[in-house]
Design a protein around this ligand. Structure first.
Ligand code: IFM
Length: 447
């Protein structure tokens, strides 16, 4: 049996736009995801987050369910447009009250609140003013962070600034598959920097003796298809764009030279001001890792359009492994490799797996949802976590993605990642077999 330290933090994660609904209630302003989802053809089936899992109204029941499962921590995100409906100016008291009630209810149930300040729902007026492609958005983010901290700092100790800035920058501004749906590679590179800057300014604004502040990145393990030079170069480039473009500034205070060179054709780096990298490289209290799948890549002789701007001659290869309903290959060894690599290449920082999980085509039967495939996925990845800890990786906790089935961005409500099934017509929650399995893992402190 793989056991974890008794202090290991067992949790589950969600995000505001994916579960809350209530998008016009209590003074919430529009976000880029409201606008994007209302754009014909942007989201599969025309789905939107307008109702989602109705968590805004059902959070007491959802928290009672978390307590039944024995969760020790809950990772959720604060919707910036609830707190600052236009992205600047004074706080909206009713928006803050919602998060006060949420955090109080969690604490009443002995569940540690772990908010993320930004999980992609940028107030629309800030996008209208240039979005993450402009520096001012980073300044606005720090002001918003300070308001959130002022209201919740007496009950929240662990803060995460951003979720997956890679997605915000490159899916939002390069491929246009995420809000705001722009296809401007140079803007995407600027957005990546302004997101990192936003992280650092917010950290400066909220860090005090009681606040631990970190960031969550979506990292992966990248392998080349072969040892051919083109394949090796493809792996270097994708590792650069997906991992090192964020890890190096945060943990070493510098952009990697090879990535700067790869991006040279896309844009210069005139948007980086003196001192930015020093601020971005200030110590982190924790680093969150979202891991879903490894990547196998190869050189391509013809240009491929992808989020990896500056590297068109790269294609994703087929590793021949089973896949989830998202089409992502299942390989828990990639998580172990990633954790060992972080330990080898970067200064030590407490790590959390802030997301890991899988969508499958669940079937609701009379007696529940028998998702043995999800249990196998989670079990494999948790075993990689245990092995990494045995080899000295400072991994402190694990959050399954996701607590509830939810709005999976441009895929709408089709993919189901939850360990709890949501019937969107009735909003009935049904714990899947994986939820019961996870509760047992938590109860035993291991597998
Ligand atoms: O649903 C998303 C989440 O919002 C961010 N990380 C990946 C998940 C699955 O795609």
């Amino acid at each position: 049996m793989s056991t974890f330290d008794p202090g290991f933090l067992w949790g589950a994660a969600t995000s505001s736009y994916q579960i809350e609904g209530a998008v016009t209630e209590d003074g919430r302003g529009p976000s880029i995801w409201d606008t994007f989802a209302a754009t014909p053809g942007a989201v599969r089936g025309g789905d939107t987050g307008a109702v989602a899992a109705d968590h805004y109204h059902r959070f007491p029941g959802d928290i009672a369910l978390m307590a039944q499962l024995g969760l020790r921590a809950y990772r959720f995100s604060l919707a910036w447009p609830r707190i600052q409906p236009t992205g600047s100016g004074p706080a909206n008291r009713r928006g803050l009250d919602f998060y006060r009630r949420l955090t109080d209810t969690l604490l009443d149930h002995g569940i540690q609140p772990r908010p993320t300040l930004y999980h992609w729902d940028l107030p629309q007026p800030l996008e209208d003013a240039g979005g993450w492609a402009v520096r001012d958005t980073a300044e606005r983010f720090a002001e918003y962070a300070a308001l959130a901290h002022e209201a919740l700092g007496d009950r929240v100790t662990h803060w995460t600034t951003l979720n997956e800035p890679w997605c915000s920058a490159f899916l939002g501004y390069a491929t246009g598959r995420h809000a705001p749906g722009r296809r401007e590679p140079a803007a995407a590179v600027r957005a990546a920097h302004h997101l990192l800057l936003a992280h650092s300014l917010a950290t400066e604004a909220i860090r005090d003796a009681d606040s631990h502040v970190g960031i969550t990145l979506n990292l992966t393990h990248v392998d080349p298809l072969s040892t051919a030079p083109a394949d090796l170069d493809a792996a270097r480039r994708i590792d650069g764009m997906q991992n090192r473009l964020f890890l190096d500034p945060l943990l070493r205070g510098a952009y990697p030279d090879d990535v700067l060179a790869d991006l040279h054709e896309v844009t210069g780096f005139g948007h980086v001001h003196d001192n930015d990298l020093k601020r971005i490289g200030a110590p982190l209290d924790h680093l969150g890792i979202n891991y879903y799948a490894p990547m196998l890549v190869a050189g391509s002789t013809t240009p491929v359009q992808s989020a990896y701007v500056g590297s068109p001659l790269v294609r994703v290869a087929d590793g021949g492994r089973p896949r989830t309903a998202m089409g992502w290959e299942i390989d828990e060894s990639g998580l172990l490799e990633l954790l060992l690599r972080l330990k080898a290449d970067y200064p030590a920082v407490p790590l959390y797996i802030t997301e890991n999980g899988a969508a499958f085509d669940d079937v609701v039967e009379d007696d529940g949802v028998h998702d043995a495939y999800r249990i196998a996925y989670l079990d494999g990845h948790l075993r990689s976590c245990a092995r990494a800890i045995d080899r000295g990786v400072p991994l402190k906790g694990y959050f399954v993605w996701s607590l509830l089935d939810n709005f999976e961005w441009s895929f709408g409500y089709g993919p189901r990642f939850g360990i709890v099934h949501v019937d969107y017509a009735t909003q009935r929650r049904t714990p899947k077999d994986s939820a019961r399995w996870y509760a047992e893992v938590i109860r035993r402190g291991g597998l």
